[in-house]
Each structure stands twice: as C-alpha cells, then as structure tokens.
Design a protein around this ligand. Structure first.
Ligand code: C2E
Ligand code: MG
Ligand code: MG
Ligand code: MG
Length: 281
C-alpha cells in the first residue's frame, strides 16, 4: 500500500517537477549567456558604524539584468550557479571586479565579498584571492570574505584549514547570515571570525516585546568576549538602529541608510556622505 501510494504521489508531482527542471535549465542557459554578454553587474551596499554613522565598508552584491525578465535576484540564480559550478567563474569575476573598484574608494573603506560554499571547497579559493589582490593592488586587510555556516558543516577540519589559510593571506573573515542555518555556537569557538553578521530575521522583530532583542544581545556579548565585531543586517528603521546601538552592536547595513547601488552611485555617496556627515543620527 505504501508503495502504491508512493507511486501515486510520484505521478501526481511529475509534471510539476518537469516544469521546475525545465525552468531551471532555461535559467542556466540564460546565465551562461549573461556571462558572455556581460549582463552581470556588481552593486555595492554600504555598512555603517553604529556609534559614529561613518561608512566603514561596502558589500559587493551581484545583479543580473535579464533581457526579458528584468533584474533577477541572486537568491534565484546563485543556487543555479552553484549547482552547475558556474559560481566558480562568476565568483572569481566578482572578486576581481570588486577589488579593482575598491581601490578607487577612500583607504578607510573596506570591501566585503560573498563566497559560496562551492568556491570555498574548490581548492583554489586562496589562490584566486591572492591573485585578485595582486592584480588590483588592494591591500589584503581591506578585503573581507563573507562565508556562511554551510561551509562549516561536516568537513570541519578541512574547512578550518582553509579559514586559517585565508587568514594567513591577511584578509578578514565574516560569518554571514548568522542564526539562520544549522547555527552552532561551537563554530564561534572553533574559529575566530573577525565579524558576525546577524541575520535580518533577528533585526525585523527586534522591537517587539517577544522579539529577538535578547538573541541579538547574546550574540553581541559572545562576539565582544571573543574579540569579534557584529553587523546587523537589514536595518530598515531608525528605531531598530537606536536599539541596536543601545545593545552594543558595532555596525549596521540596510535600507535605512542605503540599498545596494551601482559602483558610480556609491562613489558619489562617499563624497556627499563625507561632506555632510552624519546623514542619520
Ligand atoms: P547576503 O550576503 O546576506 O546579502 C544581504 C542581502 O540583503 C542582499 O540581498 C541585500 O540587498 C539585502 N538587504 C540589505 N539591506 C536590506 C534591508 O534593509 N531589507 C531587506 N529586506 N533586504 C536587505 P541580495 O542582493 O538580493 O542578495 C541575496 C543573497 O545572494 C546574498 O545574501 C548572498 O547570499 C547572495 N549573493 C549576492 N551576491 C553574491 C555574490 O557575489 N556571490 C555569492 N556567492 N553570493 C552572493
Ligand atoms: Mg553577505
Ligand atoms: Mg548576509
Ligand atoms: Mg542575510
């Protein structure tokens, strides 16, 4: 009975699954074309110190201007790029492009680049980082790599070895989207990250009575004890900003100050922000 029920279920979902596979396959072909056409672009989102409202750095965020579909979200195409291995090529291009761009910024503004677990495990990440730094002339200490907990699951020893290798190059390492995956506080013990980025889901409800402010407080405390800084992701309101400042969080990123913008607009922003700081208090 279980078998026939299983088979019925299978038949029931078959057309849908086919449609999904076809859609993904089409997106993959489009993505390959996008790489050839140069339809991918790197945007940059500023990150601000919560105490002084100064821009401390920018995160490189990939954008895809699709000829028919408009802007396709990285949340949609990064998984496809990962499944197909295209992420290695795309990620290397982001790294090169963003490092070159960051050399045009003021010296005290850092660059953060997201690294996919696929790139992380490729065996050539350290080499690619060294060459992006050499080619662009960007100082290693101005580059921060954002990795997610996914890289730490399972192959712990290998992951730790890579993290130490990256640290030896002189780049900084941030743990992205903290709290969303199979978060384990032991990760924070086993590897000294430079920064913890607290996921947007904990910032969303931070003001609510039963909300996440105590979780944020706990993460801030752990980070401080281990000499790590904290960045709140997805800060959209002044109230959230004020609360985060009171909780001792170091930095914030979010639509309150700015979404990710094209490189030229970001350069403009550095100029105007420096002149009339602080923009938001
Ligand atoms: P992420 O690294 O956690 O990046 C933060 C995401 O939150 C970005 O979405 C950003 O636009 C969005 N965001 C920032 N502030 C706010 C806010 O105040 N409210 C809301 N609702 N959202 C905000 P985006 O650009 O769509 O990127 C999504 C994810 O795609 C990124 O999450 C990252 O995991 C991945 N991604 C983007 N670019 C790259 C890349 O070059 N390489 C890799 N491997 N992954 C990337
Ligand atoms: Mg990130
Ligand atoms: Mg993030
Ligand atoms: Mg996030």
């Amino acid at each position: 009975a279980a078998k026939s029920a299983g088979r019925r279920t299978y038949r029931f979902f078959q057309p849908d699954m086919d449609a999904q596979v076809t859609a993904r396959r089409l997106l993959e072909l489009d993505l390959r074309q996008a790489i050839i056409d140069g339809a991918l672009e790197v945007y940059y989102q500023p990150c601000l110190g919560l105490q002084d409202n100064k821009i401390t750095g920018c995160e490189a965020l990939l954008r895809w201007r699709h000829p028919e579909r408009g802007m396709v979200s990285p949340a949609e195409f990064i998984p496809i790029a990962e499944e197909t291995g295209l992420i290695n090529q795309i990620g290397e291009w982001v790294l090169m492009t963003a490092c070159a761009e960051a050399t045009t910024w003021p010296d005290d503004i850092n660059l953060a680049v997201n690294v996919s677990p696929v790139q992380f495990k490729s065996g050539t990440l350290a080499l690619k980082i060294v060459s992006a730094l050499a080619e662009s002339g960007l100082a290693a200490n101005r580059l921060e790599l954002e990795i997610t907990e996914a890289v730490l699951i399972r192959d712990d020893e290998a992951a730790l070895a890579i993290l130490h290798q990256l640290r030896d190059i002189g780049v900084r390492i941030a743990l992205d989207d903290f709290g969303t995956g199979y978060s384990s506080l032991s990760y924070l013990q086993r590897f000294p990250f430079d920064k913890i980025k607290i996921d947007r889901c904990f910032i969303n409800d931070i003001e609510e009575p039963e909300g996440s402010s105590c979780i944020v407080q706990a993460v801030v405390n752990i980070a401080a004890a281990r000499d790590m800084t904290t960045t709140a992701e997805g800060v959209e309101t002044k109230q959230q900003q004020q609360l985060l400042r009171a909780l001792g969080c170091s930095e914030m990123q979010g639509y309150l100050f700015s979404p990710a913008k094209p490189a030229a607009e970001i350069r403009q922003l550095f100029f105007s922000h420096a002149k009339k700081s602080p923009v938001i208090a």
